[in-house]
Design a binder for this molecule. Structure first.
Ligand code: SF4
Ligand code: FE
Length: 486
């Protein structure tokens, strides 16, 4: 396993092509806007090397027999699925942001079973290729960006019907030694902090979309790949001198990019699906299912936000007020409800034909559906408890100013035994999580990441086994079907 330092060094060795504010980023690893997101991923290495977290953060590889970072593990039991979400809650607590590494883990487990199924039916050798590739990822302890979401253009049209054929990523050329692909993947979490990118189709496809039914992996600095960094609310605060209090969280963050594949060559050994449109549904559903389980990450972030709200109440001198206690209880109830679903879909997992373990699809989708709502309510209550000062607070520069600083200090104090600075820090954290850079991860990503709410509702409907429920009702009500249709 890599250490945190080795991970950062390995990123420095990549030659990523990243653009931000109309310019190429010269030093991606040390850029002040990007760096907090790197720090979050680095935490997945740091904790894996900490004996205290060994049980959650590491696993034994079924491919190599070696000890590996759990973020590269092919799940071997329901216990592995449970440990995965406990690990994600822990990382959410330690970073209060999106730590980005789950997408590769989820893509790998979906790819493991899907390549196996394709081979069984088609006589291909995708599974063997994938296993060889993943051994390399485990051994080198790499971060893999799982890339699914295409720009999609006109939503009423299929990939091959689009006016611009590049709106979904596709194969544009076939060579003896591989393929050339063109297109883009949007909202790519953690791509700037990843060594590899694993591409999958984003929707179920039909025969005419054959060129779009492609799965593969390449290094993130492969020729023809470049990224355009997505900006976040309040991002420029990170460029201010001695940026600290005003950031709310001065160390960690998440990151998303629009990734362009401008005629990228993929060698044959890195292709895991090419044209098998009938398996696009499986890869999409499985990746989405695993990632909908993964959204327990927000429970860990919620722990921090609930803590911040409780702390803000303490600093205001009202920790015992009954309405505050009730609001904090409501936040905990919502947060733990999400955790319950994450645990349930993991405990109710099952073994796939390929041998790895998959979550219960219905419960994983219910989990993500809750995540599209509950963090918004938790954020609303946090803002209620924090009070308006959270958004009217003067800057750190004013607080440090010789002339006006003492006035800020005097009038913005809550309890007299608590420093104004600490009060400001907690309020800025609430701001960061509910409307600043981290709100991308805590709120909008909760809404749209791993599929927008409607995508889960479709899956919930499909998995609901409504006919069974109707039969139960008929049975209890002593419905006599021989009376019908006369
Ligand atoms: Fe992981 Fe959560 Fe970020 Fe997705 S949103 S990559 S599950 S931390
Ligand atoms: Fe996500």
């Amino acid at each position: 396993m890599k250490t945190r330092e080795e991970y950062i060094k390995s990123l420095e060795e990549l030659n990523l092509e990243v653009y931000m504010f109309g310019k190429r980023v010269e030093d991606v690893v040390n850029d002040p806007i990007i760096r907090p997101s790197l720090n979050s991923v680095a935490m997945t290495y740091e904790l894996a090397n900490d004996p205290e977290y060994e049980d959650l953060m590491t696993a034994t590889s079924n491919l190599t027999g070696k000890k590996i970072n759990r973020f590269t593990h092919i799940h071997q039991s329901t216990d592995d699925l449970v440990k995965k979400i406990k690990m994600q809650r822990l990382l959410g607590q330690k970073t209060a942001s999106c730590f980005q590494r789950c997408v590769g883990l989820d893509a790998a487990n979906a790819m493991y079973s899907t390549t196996y199924d394709i081979d069984q039916e088609k006589g291909t050798n995708y599974h063997e290729r994938f296993v060889e590739y993943w051994k390399y990822v485990q051994t080198e302890d790499l971060v893999v960006d799982g890339a699914m979401t295409d720009p999609k253009g006109d939503r009423s049209k299929s990939p091959s019907q689009q006016d611009d054929p590049d709106m979904y990523l596709r194969v544009v050329e076939r060579r003896d030694d591989g393929i050339v692909v063109r297109g883009a993947k949007a909202h790519q979490t953690g791509m700037v902090n990843s060594h590899e990118v694993m591409v999958m189709p984003t929707i179920t496809m039909r025969e005419e979309d054959k060129d779009y039914a492609v799965c593969f992996s390449v290094p993130t600095d492969t020729e023809g790949i470049f990224m355009i960094y997505g900006r976040q609310s309040c991002d420029l605060r990170k460029l201010e001198d001695n940026a600290d209090i005003d950031l709310g969280n001065n160390t960690f963050g998440g990151s998303e990019t629009l990734v362009i594949f401008d005629d990228v060559f993929v060698p044959t050994e890195r292709i895991f699906m090419d044209g098998e449109t009938e398996f696009t549904n499986a890869i999409v559903e499985r990746f989405a299912g695993y990632h909908r389980q993964s959204y327990v990450c927000k429970v860990g972030v919620g722990d921090v936000l609930i803590g911040a709200a409780g702390q803000a109440a303490d600093y205001n001198g009202v920790p015992g007020a009954s309405h505050i206690r009730d609001k904090l209880t409501e936040m905990v109830h919502l947060n733990e409800t999400m955790y319950c679903c994450g645990l349930a879909c993991s405990h109710e997992g099952h073994q796939t034909d390929a041998g790895n373990y998959e979550i219960d699809m219905l419960l994983a989708n219910v989990n993500k559906q809750n995540v599209t709502r509950f963090p918004y309510e938790i954020a609303r209550i946090a803002q209620d408890i924090a009070g308006g000062l959270m958004v009217t607070l003067p800057s750190e520069a004013d607080f440090r100013d010789e002339k006006i600083g003492p006035y800020v200090d005097k009038y913005l104090r809550g309890r007299s035994d608590i420093s104004t600075e600490n009060r400001m820090r907690i309020l800025r954290l609430v701001e960061n999580l509910t409307m600043g850079t981290a709100a991308v991860g805590y709120l909008t990503e909760s809404m749209h990441g791993a599929g927008s709410p409607q995508a889960q509702r479709i899956m919930i409907q499909r998995q609901s086994n409504m006919e069974h429920k109707k039969a139960l009702a008929r049975d209890i009500a002593n419905v006599d079907e021989s009376l019908d249709g006369k």
